[in-house]
Design a protein around this ligand. Sequence first.
Ligand SMILES: Cc1ncc(COP(=O)(O)O)c(C=O)c1O
Length: 453
Amino acid sequence: MTVAPSISELDVRALWHPLTQHKPLADSPPPLIVRGEGCYLEDAQGNRFLDAMAGLFCVNIGYGRRELAETAAAQMTELAYLTPTMTHPPGAQLAAKILDLLGWRGRVYFSSSGSEANEVAFKIARQYHLQSGKSGGANRYKIIARHRAYHGNTLGAMSATGQAERKIGYGPMAPGFIHVPPPYPYRAHPKLSAAEHGLACAQAIEETIVYEGSETVAALLMEPIISGGGVLVPPDEYLPRVREICDEYGVLLIFDEVVSGVGRTGRLFGHQLWEVQPDIITMAKGLSSGYMPLAATAVQEYIFDAFMGEAGDLRHFRHVNTFGGHPVSTAVGLRNLEIVEDEGVVENARDVGAYALEQLKGLTSHPWVGETRGRGLLLGVELVEDKETKAPLDDAEVLAVLARCKQAGVILGRNGNTVPGLGNILIIAPPLVATKTEIDLLIEALVFALGER
Ligand SMILES: Cc1ncc(COP(=O)(O)O)c(C=O)c1O
């Protein structure tokens, strides 16, 4: 009699996991998760884990929402697929809804992942300049992005990414991407106030634009708060100054809100924390709460106008993706946004996030906790070996803290495989429907995992 292989055996034999060294998996296979409900995952043995990463920053309204399953089933039955050059109800409705939420006149282009949404933004920015009729437009192709930030895995988005460890072995990168340092108040020069540090980082952008030749720069790309790169919150003075610089030099400002969009920071969009408007915004993850692959690139109307022309004159956006604006994804996205509004999910992220940050501050007396920071339910804990020198905690110790959190039933993230030697920031980003109960559980697990030193 032959015995069917177990799922774990199939996994070890066939599946290639992202960001994972497989050699240790033979002894310790990844958890086999069979169910999700609210903020919790359950494995095949019935163990429950608080998913304090909402998957990959995406399951914003929590697991197990029947409303989304029913919406997907109904849409699949009605119209399972449509070429994106035609239109269908959920696609047009979701595009209009996104613009309403942004308060913009503009257009929305749909893709299936955050990486693709960023690629779309780069191509739109370059083509816009070429066709805008403004002086020097034809030469503007460079994209300035920031060290420490992740923007995706495709060649352009990876080139924009400012994380050396994600690039080793995959070069050469696409040309035309330049990096500047982001504000990082915890490691700023001690003589600078947070405001001065923020303004100095903005000045570095201006100098880069000037040195590169301002009429060669198409766009500046940034997350309002660097998320997976270590939860780096800018001082309040930074983004308004960045907007002024972009305006002064005719550079488009692209906000990557793939993580911060749809409530993560306690505002519907992260840029609303500073009331700074981008020219282009990208979003994904929370747009469908991870229930379907869905991403969007929204542009202000003046950008779209540069693409208007006669049939056949090549002024239109010559880009297509088979699954962009998929009827099922957009139907689920639309229903997800209704739930976000009806259940006050953004306000919950703001309030529970404030409670979480307050509780985390209580951990700063621990010798390893250098800083706790964040906005809404996008939170970071920077672990150091020595608070005076701020030497990052050794990688093995950081991993051990994460393992002990899991032992205590809580799954956390960290800024792994980003910048060599600086993978020392724990990341906390639970579903936005988390309550104080989940935060208390999380803090308890962290206290256990950090231990007495
Ligand atoms: C800020 C940011 N931008 C873009 C991406 C890429 O999104 P995706 O993995 O959906 O391609 C990610 C993914 O984690 C991200 O965190």
